[in-house]
Design a protein around this ligand. Structure first.
Ligand code: HEC
Ligand code: HEC
Ligand code: HEC
Ligand code: HEC
Ligand code: HEC
Ligand code: HEC
Length: 390
């Protein structure tokens, strides 16, 4: 997603990047394999550190190899607490500066440590031609898509219609059999039929939407807060929901993943030790945490996260709202068929330079000749019944 955001900026540089990349390979003889391994090694660090994008749970690591001695770094990265406890002045200072959150120990060999530190050192200098060139340019979307309008049924109005209709039927029955003010029976029957139809409509509408639960916000077994994790501590959504780019499911992280950090973070700012202790309890008993699912589609509907996030380049926020500012997850949107289709009608797909869509030659021609200025999901068949229904 970040790559996508930067893509238009980088696009203009891409030619320069490619040529400098070629020069780079020839003259520095950089070992791309090492670059790859470095990236892998850095993956577990990336939950808490960025390189050049500001501090997360730990400090920004940009330029750290220039700031600090490599031997010191090696011992700190493998066992930061030992360095802190040895009384190292600098280590004690950063430890305190970062709310005394200890960094997890590692077990890297000298060779791995060098690859990792080289990766951090060369992060900005190393060009990433494959990514910048392969990413499709975003077509200009007029009036960038804003958050989905709430499409829930106006229940309040429905209830009022229901009550008024019921009263009218009652009055009409009373007049028909008791007061007899209106002489023509036909009028009573007409009134009763019309009110009856309204009541039936209300009941049917309510019944259909009863399975939908906009604003559904269940209690969870652990008071897990997205604000603390994804907001305050800037942990990437994909770090925990790690299947979201390649699978139908975003997935809820297993308790072992919580332990990457909570083996050391034993206390939270609001709930102290109480809630975090439930993580350890789950690990000890082997009973997985029974999270209550918030977003839920019926079995006859097919929905894939990878299609929307990896191919469609949608932000999580467009469907789930801004979770970085809330403690509890609440369902946004009613997940009705109308909710899906409304977006497919207005949302433009990343069409140009995207191999995924090269077979739509007619649409490409229309786009080039200016007959259409964008291709929506509906244009490529996003409204076909069988795309969403098994
Ligand atoms: C759970 C979060 C977390 C993870 C994972 C983590 N760190 Fe840290 N790191 C921290 C925190 C917090 C600090 C601040 C110092 C402290 O707490 O001891 C820190 C400090 C550092 C420092 C000192 C930086 C400075 O400017 O003083 C370096 C270097 C570092 N980490 C490297 C790494 C590397 C490399 C990895 C991956 C192998 C890693 N960290 C994984 C949380 C983490
Ligand atoms: C990448 C690191 C990381 C991971 C992974 C992580 N947490 Fe946390 N968690 C934190 C940090 C940082 C805090 C805040 C600590 C502080 O501010 O003192 C925290 C705080 C908490 C708190 C206490 C909040 C409060 O209100 O006091 C709970 C409960 C919690 N996490 C549960 C979880 C659960 C459950 C998981 C796994 C699904 C998880 N965490 C995974 C870093 C992490
Ligand atoms: C530290 C791990 C962690 C991070 C980071 C994280 N989540 Fe979650 N997420 C969870 C856990 C655990 C649950 C289950 C508990 C709950 O619903 O609050 C969850 C639940 C959800 C749900 C509801 C799933 C359902 O239907 O039950 C959505 C949607 C979601 N996360 C989206 C996001 C988005 C978007 C981000 C980034 C802004 C994000 N998450 C970041 C751990 C995480
Ligand atoms: C916020 C906008 C948005 C919402 C809401 C949305 N979609 Fe989509 N959908 C997209 C975009 C954009 C694409 C195109 C992705 C791509 O480039 O292939 C897409 C593509 C699809 C495709 C593949 C279509 C094809 O022709 O290959 C399916 C199937 C689909 N969506 C199902 C659903 C279902 C089911 C829902 C509701 C539960 C839904 N979508 C809700 C934006 C949305
Ligand atoms: C086009 C709309 C859309 C986008 C974009 C989207 N989601 Fe979802 N998400 C859904 C729907 C619909 C469900 C319910 C799926 C079901 O029940 O089968 C869901 C369910 C979830 C769940 C519950 C577990 C699961 O896999 O069903 C999590 C967690 C989640 N989403 C996280 C994310 C994260 C993180 C992102 C961004 C990287 C994201 N979602 C982007 C629509 C979306
Ligand atoms: C973009 C995805 C999408 C497309 C295309 C789509 N549907 Fe649906 N459909 C859904 C979703 C999501 C639901 C679940 C609605 C709910 O639970 O309220 C649904 C529910 C239904 C239902 C059950 C009744 C209901 O409202 O719950 C029927 C019947 C149905 N669809 C028929 C169709 C037919 C016929 C077509 C083709 C004209 C079609 N659908 C195309 C997403 C789609």
């Amino acid at each position: 997603m970040l790559i996508f955001l930067r893509s238009s900026l980088l696009k203009s540089f891409s030619t320069k990047i490619i040529s400098s990349f070629i020069i780079f390979i020839f003259f520095t003889g950089i070992n791309l394999q090492a670059q790859d391994d470095g990236k892998k090694l850095f993956q577990i660090c990336s939950a808490c550190h960025s390189i050049g994008k500001g501090k997360l749970i730990g400090p920004d690591l940009k330029g750290v190899t220039e700031r600090l001695d490599r031997d010191w770094l090696a011992s700190f990265i493998n066992n930061s607490q030992a360095v802190v406890q040895s009384g190292d002045e600098y280590a004690v200072k950063v430890f305190q500066e970062y709310n005394s959150i200890p960094m997890p120990p590692n077990n890297y060999s000298d060779e791995q440590m060098n690859i990792l530190l080289d990766y951090i050192e060369n992060f900005d200098k190393a060009p990433k031609p494959v990514e910048t060139v392969a990413v499709a340019e975003a077509p200009e979307v007029e009036g960038e898509y804003v958050f989905m309008e709430e499409t829930a049924y106006p229940f309040a109005n429905l209830r009022i219609s229901f009550i008024i209709s019921a009263i009218i039927i009652a009055l009409s029955l009373i007049d028909l059999f008791i007061t007899k003010i209106v002489k023509t029976r036909f009028i009573h029957i007409l009134i009763i039929l019309i009110s009856g139809a309204i009541i039936t409509e209300v009941i049917v509408t309510e019944a259909i939407s009863s399975g939908r639960a906009t604003y559904y916000e269940p209690d969870q077994p652990i008071q897990f807060s997205h604000k603390i994790h994804a907001g305050d501590n800037l942990i990437d959504c994909n770090y925990c929901h790690f299947t979201v780019d390649e699978s139908k499911y975003a997935g809820i992280p297993p308790v072992q993943l919580c332990m990457n950090c909570h083996n050391l973070i034993k206390e939270g700012p609001y709930t102290g030790k109480e809630e975090i202790a439930k993580i350890y309890a789950s690990l000890e008993t082997g009973m997985p945490i029974q999270w209550v699912k918030v977003y839920y589609l019926p079995d006859h509907v097919y929905f894939s996260h990878a299609q929307h996030v990896a191919v469609g380049k949608l932000e999580c926020e467009e469907c789930h709202g801004d979770l970085t500012s809330v403690d509890r997850v609440q369902q946004i949107g009613d997940l009705s068929m109308g909710w899906c289709i409304e977006c497919h009608r207005i949302k433009a797909v990343q069409f140009i330079d995207n191999d995924f869509y090269s077979r739509y030659t007619k649409l490409h021609e229309e786009l080039r000749s200016g007959d259409i200025n964008q291709v929506t999901v509906s244009n490529i068949g996003g409204d076909d019944c069988q795309k969403c229904h098994y």
